[in-house]
Structures are given as structure tokens and as C-alpha cells.
Design a protein around this ligand. Structure first.
Ligand code: CMC
Length: 428
């Protein structure tokens, strides 16, 4: 702990505020005593300058384009680890030894089935419901099925709920897909890998044999790794905020899913592919880039720009490489990939994008891969939710165990009417 302070001068008096160092990255000015001593709040819409918690899970240096999980660079994890290894790392803080990984894999594998009654629950949705609407409802409903893991004061129950959530998300996402296409639900098959199992539950039908393609399995696993956590983004902050009131983990993750659904967050992968399809041909790229630059046009290049990365998103690099691999394996020549490459080249050399530091983000290439594998665009954000559940539960557990955490309660700058007297309706 350093004894460095920052001085705040306000209304003629000065206040010393502690400056706290992290292990790496910007220091923070601790303003917790500020309101008590000055009667003033800070104002920071969108929390662009506010650290809401201490965390030891994920570190991002947006300027340099660095993403570390528990210290390990994302590109090393994407290349060398599998998703469950990364899930263990996020949850427990260190990479598992072989016996630990085997035990964790076994535990997750044996939680993959969902309560049979949940199948009835699915049948209450319209067939054309968006999978994220279904996921929000079904994951929230898990708290009505797993009463024995909702006591958040019991670390063992918290661990079981975390395992259940990580294990059941692929089953629920696959069920959401099957329901939308009118095919029977496929039960998990526990001798497959986490990702192979998900692919089988999604794409197999009882009438046909199904073999998991190892290249697609590896690509999908890598996509899950790339989405596993991303520090205090909107949905993670939503999970933490919901959890800060003591809500049960299933309800908190459902809140995270609802937040992730928005097009500025997890919904961007769907929006990016739709945009690339709309552009359709390399010759139209320049017109869309011009639209994105036009102040009077609300159009933005989806899959471009990031609140934190002011450099190439390190996940986008791995994603681009994975897109090339998957299209090659499936022998697909998708004109959308050519449009994406061209769009990236034009934007990266354009003054507007250079000045504003707008680079491709994780969502720019992911839609092309998921489309090639066979997922409809509506499923893209559901896959993001599946993978991000690991980060959400890790962050939720960290929050619950942090003695400094309180119920989240932001304040406001009130700009409404001052006190006035009620006027009866006929006299207004
Ligand atoms: N295309 C064109 N202009 C853009 C874009 C874009 N994609 N993104 C930002 N800008 C401009 C924006 O108009 C603004 O210009 P000005 O300063 O002249 O008003 C400036 O860049 C800063 O934009 P901002 O909205 O203040 O930046 P932000 O940090 O609040 O927004 C963002 C970050 C991701 C919401 C935004 O870049 C965006 O809307 N991108 C498109 C959606 C997208 O791809 N989202 C996925 C994010 S990565 C996955 C995830 O974490 O969920």
C-alpha cells in the first residue's frame, strides 16, 4: 500500500485522497471518504473513469492491446489451453495441474443435464422467440429448480452453483436452438469434450449419426476462450450489481445475459455480420465507411471500436486467424470474409478511424466463423453468453468474497424540478 495522496481543493478547503496502486495498470484515487467530508459526489456517466471494485481476474491494457487472464496473455491461452482449463483458471486463480483439470472436467461434465421439467418450461416460449429472450428466462428460472445451491453465504453452495451454470449453459443454449428449429432436444453425451458435447447437442438429430469435427471443435473452443471474461464490462458489472444485493447466482447471471443482449455489447457480433452482408460486395465498402464517418448519419461500423481498446483488440487477431482456418476446413469461400478484409484495410488506413483509435474488436470476425459452422445469427449472442458465464461466475464469486464490497448504489446529479406543491387535477 502506498502513502501517495491526491489533493482535492473544493469550496476553499482541501482534502487528501489516498492513491491506491494496482499490481499493474493505472493507480486509482480512493474517493470513498469524499462525500462524507465535502458533501459532494463525483459525476461519471458510463463509469468511464471509475473503478467499481478490486479484481485479480482479468487485466486489460487498452492502449497496448493487451488482455491477460490471471496474468496469462489471451493469445497463449487461445493457442495452448482448452476452455475448461481457462474456466478453472478464472475461477480458482491458477492453471490446474493435470489431476485438478481432470477432476474439474469430470465435475462440469456431470452437471451438464438439466432438470427434465425445464424442457416443459421451454415449450412455453414462441418458436420464433430470440434465443437471448429464452436464455434470460430459462437461466433465471434455474433458481426455481436448484434450491440447494442458492444460499450465497455458503461457499460450497456457491461453488456448486458456479459449476452448474458453466456446465448447463451449453445444454440450455443448444436447447434454445433446437426449440427454434423445431427439432427434438438432444441430451448431453458425457464422453465428449465440453465443446464437442455442445456441438453435438446443437447439430445432431436422433435419426442420424453425428461425429464432432475436431477442427470445428477446436475453433469453437477457442471462440469460447476468447469470450470467457473481459473485466468490468457492462454485463459483468450488471452481474456484480445484481449480486451485491444478495440475489442468487442464477438470477444474477440472467441479469448479465439481459445486459449482454444489447447491440453495443454482445449483440454486436450479430449486428456485424448483418452489416457485412448488407455491404455485400467489396465495391460498396467505401460508401459504408463514408457513412460511418458522417456526423449526420447514426450508422456505425459494427465490430469496430471499443470502450477500452484503443489499439487492435488482441481477441480480433486470433478470431481472424480462426475464421481463415474454419472456412478452409469447411471448403467455404464466403464473400463476406472478403468484404470484412477490405473493410478492415480501408478503415485502418482512414484518418477518421486512426484519430479516434477505432480498430476491429472481437465481434468483427466471430460472426463469419459462427455462420460458417452453421449457427443462425440469432444464436451468436447466446454463444457469447455461454462462454462469458465462466467470467461472470468468477467475478460474482470474487465480489461475494470481497470484504470491501457493499450493495451497489450509485448516486446522481439531480436536475429535475425542485420541491413544489400538488395541484388538484382540475386546476392544472
Ligand atoms: N463506427 C464509427 N464511429 C465510431 C464507432 C464505430 N464503430 N465507434 C465509435 N465511433 C466514434 C463515435 O461516433 C465518437 O465520435 P465523436 O467523438 O466524433 O462523437 C467516437 O468514435 C467515440 O465513440 P463513443 O461511442 O463515445 O465510444 P465508447 O467508448 O462509448 O463506445 C463502443 C464504444 C464499442 C460502444 C463503440 O465503439 C461502438 O458503438 N462500436 C460498434 C458496436 C460494437 O462493435 N460493439 C462491440 C464491442 S466489443 C464486444 C463487447 O465488449 O461486448
Amino acid at each position: 500500500m502506498s502513502d501517495k495522496t491526491a489533493t482535492l481543493n473544493v469550496d476553499g478547503s482541501s482534502l487528501e485522497l489516498p492513491v491506491l496502486p494496482g499490481s499493474v495498470g493505472p493507480e486509482v484515487v480512493d474517493i470513498r471518504k469524499m462525500y462524507g467530508q465535502t458533501g459532494k459526489f463525483t459525476y461519471d456517466p458510463g463509469f468511464t473513469s471509475t473503478a467499481s471494485c478490486q479484481s485479480a481476474i482479468t487485466y486489460i491494457d487498452g492502449g497496448e492491446g493487451i488482455l491477460l487472464h490471471r496474468g496469462y496473455p489471451i493469445d497463449q491461452l487461445a493457442e495452448k489451453a482448452n476452455f475448461l482449463e481457462v474456466a478453472y483458471l478464472l475461477l480458482h486463480g491458477d492453471l490446474p495441474k493435470q489431476e485438478e483439470l481432470d477432476e474439474f472436467t469430470q465435475t462440469i461434465t456431470y452437471h451438464t443435464m438439466v432438470h427434465e421439467q425445464l424442457a416443459q418450461f421451454f415449450r412455453g416460449f414462441r418458436r420464433d422467440a430470440h434465443p437471448m429472450a429464452v436464455m434470460t428466462g430459462v437461466v433465471g428460472a434455474l433458481s426455481a429448480f436448484y434450491h440447494d445451491s442458492t444460499d450465497i453465504t455458503d461457499p460450497q453452495q456457491r461453488l456448486i452453483a458456479s459449476h452448474r451454470l458453466i456446465a448447463k449453459m451449453p445444454t440450455i443454449a443448444a436447447m434454445a436452438y433446437k426449440y427454434s428449429v423445431g427439432q427434438p432436444f438432444v441430451y448431453p453425451q458425457n464422453d465428449l469434450s465440453y465443446t464437442g458435447n455442445f456441438l453435438r447437442m446443437t447439430f445432431s438429430v436422433p435419426a442420424e449419426p453425428y461425429e464432432v469435427n475436431p477442427v470445428i471443435e477446436r475453433a469453437m473452443d477457442r471462440i469460447f476462450i476468447l469470450h470467457a471474461d473481459h473485466e468490468q464490462n457492462a454485463s459483468t458489472s450488471t452481474v456484480r450489481l445484481a449480486g451485491s444485493s444478495g440475489a442468487n447466482p442464477f438470477a444474477c447471471i440472467a441479469a448479465g445475459i439481459a445486459c449482454l443482449w444489447g447491440p453495443a455489447h454482445g449483440g454486436a457480433n450479430e449486428a456485424a455480420l448483418n452489416m457485412l452482408r448488407e455491404i455485400g460486395d467489396e465495391k460498396n465498402v467505401k460508401a459504408y465507411v463514408d457513412r460511418a464517418k458522417d456526423k449526420n448519419d447514426p450508422f456505425r461500423l459494427m465490430g469496430f471500436g471499443h470502450r477500452v481498446y484503443k489499439n487492435y483488440d488482441p481477441r480480433a487477431k486470433v478470431m481472424q486467424q480462426t475464421a481463415e482456418e474454419v472456412l478452409k476446413e469447411l471448403n467455404i469461400s464466403d464473400p463476406v470474409l472478403d468484404v470484412a478484409r477490405q473493410l478492415e484495410q480501408i478503415a485502418l488506413n482512414d484518418d477518421y478511424f486512426i484519430e479516434k483509435k477505432l480498430y476491429p474488436n472481437v465481434d468483427f470476425y466471430s460472426g463469419i466463423i459462427l455462420n460458417a459452422i452453421g449457427f443462425p445469427t440469432e444464436m451468436f449472442t447466446a454463444l457469447f453468453a455461454l462462454a462469458r458465464t465462466t467470467g461472470w461466475v468468477a467475478q460474482w464469486n470474487e465480489m461475494i468474497s470481497d470484504p470491501e464490497q457493499k450493495i451497489g448504489r450509485p448516486r446522481q446529479l439531480y436536475v429535475g424540478a425542485t420541491q413544489r406543491d400538488y395541484v388538484p387535477v382540475g386546476e392544472r
